[in-house]
Design a protein around this ligand. Sequence first.
Ligand SMILES: O=C(O)c1cc(=O)[nH]c(=O)n1[C@@H]1O[C@H](COP(=O)(O)O)[C@@H](O)[C@H]1O
Length: 381
Amino acid sequence: MLSRVEIFSELKNLKKIRECIDKDARVFLNNEKDVYSLVVSVDELCSNIIRHAYLGKDNERIILITSVDESFFFIAIEYFGKGFDQSSYQFIPVDQRQGTTKKGRFGLKLLEHIIKKKKTPLCVGLDPDLTKIPILFHSSHDPIAAFTHTILETVAPFCAAIKPNFAFYEAEGIDGLSALKMALSPKPNDLFIIGDVKRADIANSSSLYAKAFFDYWQHDAVTVHPYMGMDSILPFLSYSEKLTFILCLTSNHGSTDIQEQPLANGKFVYEHIASLAMSWNKNKNVGLVVGATKPNTLAHIQNLTHASLPLLIPGIGSQGSSVASLQHSKFSFSKGLALFNQSRSIIYPEGNFQTITEFQDAVQQKVIRASNELRNVMGWS
Ligand SMILES: O=C(O)c1cc(=O)[nH]c(=O)n1[C@@H]1O[C@H](COP(=O)(O)O)[C@@H](O)[C@H]1O
């Protein structure tokens, strides 16, 4: 299949180039994240042509030619401005590029992209609990692995993100962690993966937590606590292509013990955390965890941050909150970016299941209902 797109050199015209690459890349690649990476690379290349080769002039031509089939993808970009000075290029091996590349919004854009493609901001939490996993999985030699695999396969088409909570895997020791590793290998297509790890330590230790969850586990995002301050969070933020969700106002009752305490200046601790998070957002890769169980405070935090930080919102379902209660609050579904997590209410449907298929059908009903509910609220149905 051969395509040709010609545009004038205005940034707004790059949409046509992105659309063409997005369409053709799907013939060749079957992974949403790879498609997105390619779209971003070509977009970056063309915007550099406009900025550097055409010095911002908007009436010059850029021509994109692609040829693609399942085994081959050819991309040519033709432009007529100042050529690239190859002698100015200094090769930096990928493993030494940390901190040398332009700070990206890749994690944020990837999340946005997947939410739009899947038409849902639903995140499904992977919280495999041996006391809740249906009996039929217990005859498997590795119930946690079998359960995780079944849940992933069932929910993947209907959600944008998954959030494995490490507590549930770590509780089973090495076996639990290998079950998770196996379930996530190869990396699932079309899913944003948030490692719910709630870490952070002195910088020296945090940098290894960050390495573990971003490099080894290949997560797209992690959750961290802010208790130890900026230096404990920065090692996570130095991964500019990943997202780091900072606990701001958690969904549990104990949030009143510390997070909802007033400071000497009259502000609440969670407000202070939200302001700090905004000031740490130099790489556009900071998000906040805010529970859905306090819809009005959630709305207040959304306002306070001008909806500039992506929100991870747990607490819907088993913890008693609902999409309806958010609708009845001042929270705005149309401002900024938010992911709504549900774990137990999706992965543990009631019933006495005799077969995996019966169980999958029940989970599928739950996840479709949760996904559709959010889709309706977003006006995407
Ligand atoms: O960081 C989280 O994900 C989190 C923060 C919070 O404030 N409240 C909260 O419930 N969570 C996690 O979100 C999931 C909620 O699970 P369910 O209550 O079963 O939907 C669990 O894995 C929690 O650990």
